[in-house]
Structure formats: structure tokens, C-alpha cells
Design a protein around this ligand. Structure first.
Ligand SMILES: [Zn+2]
Length: 395
């Protein structure tokens, strides 16, 4: 194999602020990157680039860390295009359609589910996503949650047990019993395949007491905590996330001042240990008001952007699309949005080896068919990803 030099980079986004770099994205001009196996070995001016066994000349293009999509639901069967069309005809989004996907997922074979995850994973990679978190949550039985996570783990180390997505139909009259199932046999079956645990804490899903019970037992079993919070309306989710030391509170669409203060209070050295992960694809696809990223950023909260890729409320795998929405609709600057889609996602997954380009980091990077990261928001909907390296391997 030998090493590989990415040469003649016009703009290199490193997310490493400091000597020799500019702006909040740690930008270097006329740079080169040396890759050895799956890691970055050297970064510096192109004119000082070392000799290498192989060389890719990117001809002045921009290079940035691969996108880190820290929130996606890829293990499912069927689609809900008709539900989307109905919403666009004026029907509100309630989250009730999740049960439609649960029925289809339970009826699907392992190979069908695996093929869907593979297709969406490949689709995301083509759009520059080198890390993607994958949740269960459309099985909602012990066996179906376990197999969803087993299949997810074939595609990503960032797997999340979301048995508490909604209460399945057969438990509708006895939600306490379902919470008992999630905390007991379902968690036990999920543990070998999961790194994280998540709960949909919102109206129509799980309340704070149920969410706390589930997340606490998952945490005690060794899983990291993340939480679907404050998507559909105001509620206790964000404060619960902070209370439990969650890595991320996701959605954060309806926040009180107390919610914002709680998130900001987790700040250590300028990064909040509970990240606010914003998912504008969901607001786009449900025609809902976008979260106010500016308010969070101004309060000192670390913000991540992710796709929420799922067949109901956000069927996009495109991080560039989310960057463009964040800039146009959520008050983020292009630099803030690109940071949130790379380093922000890494913070939401508590990963220091991705979302950043520095010696020792994973060699996950994206070459844009453009001279600057600004083009991601400036040229929305345009396929700007010209090349992706994942674990040092050109895709
Ligand atoms: Zn979600």
C-alpha cells in the first residue's frame, strides 16, 4: 500500500485553530496532507510536502474532514412517501407514522434490512459522510431490536439502542409494561451490539419519568446517553439530557431560556459536554419552524448538524443539504455550519479522532469540486463532493 499524498489543496479545513491556520475552521491555504494507512501522518504547506508512494493532485480544490452524521435511523423497511405527500397537502406531523414503519420492519427479512442500510450508507458516503451513527427503533420487540442493532453494527461502530422510540401498538394500553421490557430483556439483547442508548422524549412518545428510567438503566449497563428532545414542542427532554450527562440532546427545536442555560452550563474549555444536535431535514420535511441555532451559539452551546435520515420525517442522507438549510434558515454562518457538520458531530459522539484533520486523526476527508467550503451553502443541491477518503482509502 505505502503512503498517499493529497497535494495541491487550495483550502484545507482542519478544524484545528492555532498556529499557521485561519478562522474558526483552522483553514490552511496551498496545503498538502500525507496519509499513512488509516491515519493522517503530516499536514503542511504543499511546497514542503514529503515524497509519497502515491499522490492525488486535487488541483486547488477545497478539502475538509469527512462529515460526521451523528443522528440517523437507517434500519427500516418500506417508505412513507404517501405520508409526506399528505403532509405537504396540509396534514400535521405527529410521529404516529413510526408504527407504520415498525410493521414493515418486523415483516422484512434480515437481507432486506441489510440491503437498505448498505444503500443508505453508500448514498451518504458519496455525499461526503465518513461517519454515521445508526439507531434501532423500528423493531420494538426484543428480537427485532437486537437484529436491527446487529445489522447496524455491520456498518458503523456508532450504534444506538432506541427501543424507546414509540410504544408499539401491542403495548398501547400498558406503557409501563413496555418500559419494563425495554429496561430488561430488550436492553440485555441490545447490549452486545450497541454503544449508545436513546429515548424519544416528546409528546406522543415517552415522558420524562419513563425516559429517565430507561436511560439510567442503560447508562448503568455501560451505554452512552443521547436523547430525542424538544422536537414537537416544549418539554423536559433537554434538561433531562443535561441531568444525565448525555453526549447530545437532539432536535432542540422548542427551547426555553432554562433549556439553553442548562446546555450552556455543561461547557468545559469552550465545548459543551452535552451537544445540541440540530436536524433541519426534519423541519424541512415536516414543514415546521427550524430550531434557532443562533440563540444556542450565542449562549455558548456546542452545535452539531445531522440528517435524522429516516423514512418518515427526514428522508435525506445529505449533510451538504443540512449545511445549506442551517445557513439559510437557522442563522448559522457557513463556517459554523461546516464546523457543526464535522467537528460538531464528532463532539456529539465524543470522538476526538474524526471531524478534524491533524496528524494522528483518522484519514477521513472530503474533496469538494469547489475552491472553498463556502460553496456547500452557496451552491445548494449541487453535487459538489468530488472525492472521499475513508480510513485512508479513496472511495
Ligand atoms: Zn431521530
Amino acid at each position: 500500500m505505502g503512503n498517499l499524498l493529497i497535494d495541491n489543496i487550495g483550502e484545507l479545513v482542519t478544524n484545528q485553530v492555532g498556529t499557521g491556520t485561519g478562522g474558526p475552521l483552522g483553514i490552511r491555504r496551498k496545503a498538502a496532507v500525507l496519509v499513512e494507512e488509516d491515519r493522517i501522518a503530516w499536514i503542511g504547506p504543499a511546497k514542503y510536502a514529503p515524497a509519497a508512494d502515491r499522490r492525488i493532485d486535487v488541483d486547488g480544490r477545497a478539502v475538509l474532514p469527512g462529515f460526521v452524521d451523528s443522528h440517523a435511523h437507517l434500519v427500516f423497511a418500506g417508505d412513507r412517501a404517501a405520508e409526506f405527500a399528505a403532509r405537504m397537502s396540509g396534514q400535521p406531523y405527529t410521529g404516529g407514522g413510526i408504527r407504520t414503519t415498525v410493521a414493515a420492519t418486523r415483516a422484512a427479512g434480515d437481507d432486506d434490512l441489510r440491503a437498505t442500510v448498505a444503500r443508505l450508507r453508500a448514498e451518504a458516503l458519496r455525499q461526503g459522510t465518513t461517519t454515521i451513527e445508526i439507531k434501532s427503533g423500528y423493531g420494538l420487540s426484543v428480537a427485532d431490536e437486537a437484529r436491527s442493532l446487529r445489522i447496524a453494527a455491520e456498518f458503523s461502530p456508532e450504534t444506538t439502542f432506541l427501543g424507546a422510540h414509540v410504544v408499539p401498538t401491542e403495548y398501547a394500553a400498558r406503557p409501563d409494561d413496555y418500559v419494563g421490557l425495554v429496561c430488561g430483556p430488550m436492553l440485555t439483547a441490545a447490549l452486545p451490539h450497541a454503544k449508545w442508548i436513546d429515548v424519544f422524549c416528546d409528546r406522543g412518545a415517552f415522558d420524562a419519568d419513563h425516559a429517565r428510567a430507561i436511560l439510567t438503566v442503560g447508562q448503568a449497563a455501560g451505554l452512552g446517553v443521547r436523547l430525542h428532545a424538544n422536537q414537537l414542542g416544549p418539554g423536559p427532554g433537554v434538561r433531562l439530557a443535561v441531568e444525565l450527562g448525555a453526549a447530545s440532546a437532539d432536535h432542540c427545536t422548542h427551547l426555553s431560556d432554562a433549556d439553553v442555560e442548562a446546555l450552556a452550563s455543561t461547557s468545559v474549555d469552550g465545548v459543551t459536554s452535552t451537544v445540541a444536535t440540530l436536524l433541519p431535514g426534519a423541519e424541512f420535511s415536516t414543514r415546521s419552524p427550524y430550531p434557532d441555532a443562533r440563540r444556542l451559539l450565542d449562549a455558548g452551546v456546542t452545535v452539531a448538524l445531522a440528517t435524522d435520515c429516516n423514512p418518515g420525517s427526514s428522508y435525506t442522507s445529505s449533510m451538504p443539504f443540512c449545511v445549506a438549510l442551517a445557513v439559510r434558515e437557522m442563522g448559522m454562518t457557513p463556517a459554523e455550519a461546516v464546523w457543526a457538520a464535522t467537528a460538531g458531530g464528532a463532539a456529539a459522539l465524543r470522538r476526538g479522532d474524526i471531524g478534524v484533520l491533524r496528524p494522528g486523526a483518522r484519514a477521513d476527508l472530503t474533496v469538494l469540486d469547489a475552491p472553498s467550503h463556502l460553496h456547500l451553502a452557496y451552491r445548494p443541491g449541487v453535487p459538489l463532493i468530488s472525492q472521499v477518503l475513508h480510513n485512508g482509502v479513496p472511495q
